[in-house]
Design a protein around this ligand. Structure first.
Ligand SMILES: Cc1cc2nc3c(=O)[nH]c(=O)nc-3n(C[C@H](O)[C@H](O)[C@H](O)COP(=O)(O)OP(=O)(O)OC[C@H]3O[C@@H](n4cnc5c(N)ncnc54)[C@H](O)[C@@H]3O)c2cc1C
Length: 397
């Protein structure tokens, strides 16, 4: 089947308008705040600007105020939004809300959509996704899930310990993964629950101090202690949580790649501008061979990352699981984006390390991407296992 990666005229126009909004409205706010939106006021101001510009929540369907972009459409628009650390927040396409909207649109009941998706898509509330647990619980290996949900009259009682839950502080609700059958170490038996923020059984423990700061609401440790939710809080079917997680995770991996690719491009633009103007050893920095190699290698990384994202998005748009191509794209992008930002710092010398540019901030923000959404090693392990299975199937005829 022919693969067409050209964005439609509508998507190209939306991407163009997004780029203009990020350049004129978002970047000045980003630069004045060291790349971090620390207040609700900043979030609200940016989001109302994106609404006025007609580019808000472009991924959700028209029924929820968006443009219903498919994955290839998201690739074009999200990269432009990601050109600033605050662009995704402004457009309401930042993690984890964007992935949660995607999943709610795909599997929530009509009542759940009205209660959770509609205000989330409008930016009236935020959300979080609570999967990861301290050792020995779920991390790279989701099968180790130790949080339990047990039946009580009219609903379920959730007990467990979660951490690194992005955006949990101030979120209107959490989507919590809990084990409803089987034991830790077994692959099946997880269920997703919608837990309202005012549920007294869901308790924040602390903000975890991390290298990165730009994902709104921070990364939170949470305890679920006798957290009782009604039957209507089940998202999708009981015991199908791991299957639904794939509905969220494959596309969410790609949208992370798209957003961070925007930052890689920005870092490259900053470095190229510096290389073009800085005079060294009788020539422009950009005319010295080793700097040209850094610039060229970053250009190659950016182009290859975009190509892998689009290929995986095309498969997702065909309704395929795209597990191999999303793993490949995620692993490559997380590492390539880091390399591009690191090279940009090097080209800018001490200025690159300083707070006068945002490159140091970008470096801190992109590093954790090699860990969340599956560490590079977990993806490489999964990629190799699929390749070996393919080999075994070919040998078996
Ligand atoms: C900034 C940030 C935000 C996050 N946000 C969220 C969130 O919103 N919700 C949520 O639920 N979780 C979140 N997480 C957690 C994230 O999903 C986990 O960190 C990730 O799944 C890895 O789990 P772990 O940290 O327990 O590492 P571990 O599972 O302990 O893995 C440690 C290391 O083991 C290595 N490894 C893993 N698998 C293999 C393998 N097969 N072969 C060889 N080596 C391997 C890798 O190097 C890995 O980094 C976030 C994490 C970070 C850093």
């Amino acid at each position: 089947m022919a693969v067409d990666l050209t964005p439609s005229p509508d998507v190209a126009e939306l991407a163009r308008r997004t780029a203009g909004f990020v350049r004129d409205v978002v970047i000045p706010v980003e630069e004045a705040n060291d790349g971090v939106a620390r207040t609700e006021e900043i979030r609200a101001t940016l989001q109302s600007g994106a609404k006025e510009a007609g580019i808000f929540a472009p991924h959700v369907g028209a029924a929820y105020g968006g443009h219903g972009l498919d994955m290839r459409g998201r690739a074009a628009v999200f990269e432009e939004a990601g050109y600033s650390l605050l662009g995704p927040l402004a457009l309401n396409i930042a993690a984890p809300d964007e992935g949660n909207m995607h999943m709610l649109e795909a599997i929530a009941t009509d009542e759940q959509k009205e209660r959770y998706l509609r205000p989330l898509a409008a930016g009236e509330i935020r959300s979080c996704f609570a999967m990861t647990e301290p050792a020995p619980g779920a991390g790279s290996d989701p099968g180790a899930l130790a949080t339990t949900a047990t039946r009580v009259p009219g609903g379920w009682r959730i007990d467990g310990h979660k951490w690194f839950i992005t955006g949990a502080d101030g979120a209107g609700f959490a989507i919590c993964m809990a084990r409803t059958s089987g034991r830790p170490g077994e692959a099946g038996g997880a269920t997703m629950f919608l837990v309202d923020a005012d549920n007294p059984g869901m308790k924040p423990v602390r903000h975890i101090d991390t290298l990165d700061e730009s994902l709104y609401g921070g990364h939170i440790e949470l305890v679920f202690d006798n957290c009782v939710v009604p039957d209507e809080a089940v998202l999708g079917e009981v015991d199908e949580g791991f299957r639904y997680a794939q509905v969220r995770l494959g596309p969410a991996r790609m949208t992370h790649c798209m957003r961070w690719l925007g930052i890689a491009r920005r870092a490259q633009d900053i470095a190229v501008a510096r290389a073009a103007e800085r005079e060294l050893f009788g020539s422009r920095l950009g005319e010295l061979g080793m700097v040209q190699q850094l610039i060229a290698d970053s250009e190659i990384d950016i182009a290859a990352a975009r190509g892998l994202i689009l290929r995986a998005c095309w498969e997702l748009d065909q309704g395929r699981s795209a597990s191999q191509s999303t793993s490949i794209a995620k692993t490559f992008c997380a590492e390539a984006i880091w390399r591009v930002v690191d090279r940009a710092v090097q080209i800018c010398g001490s200025l690159g390390i300083s707070g006068d540019l945002l490159l140091g901030r970008f470096l801190r923000e992109v590093r954790p991407f090699r860990i969340y959404d599956g560490p590079s090693e977990t993806h490489r392990w999964a990629i190799a296992r699929r390749v070996l299975r393919r080999h075994d199937a070919q040998v078996a005829g």
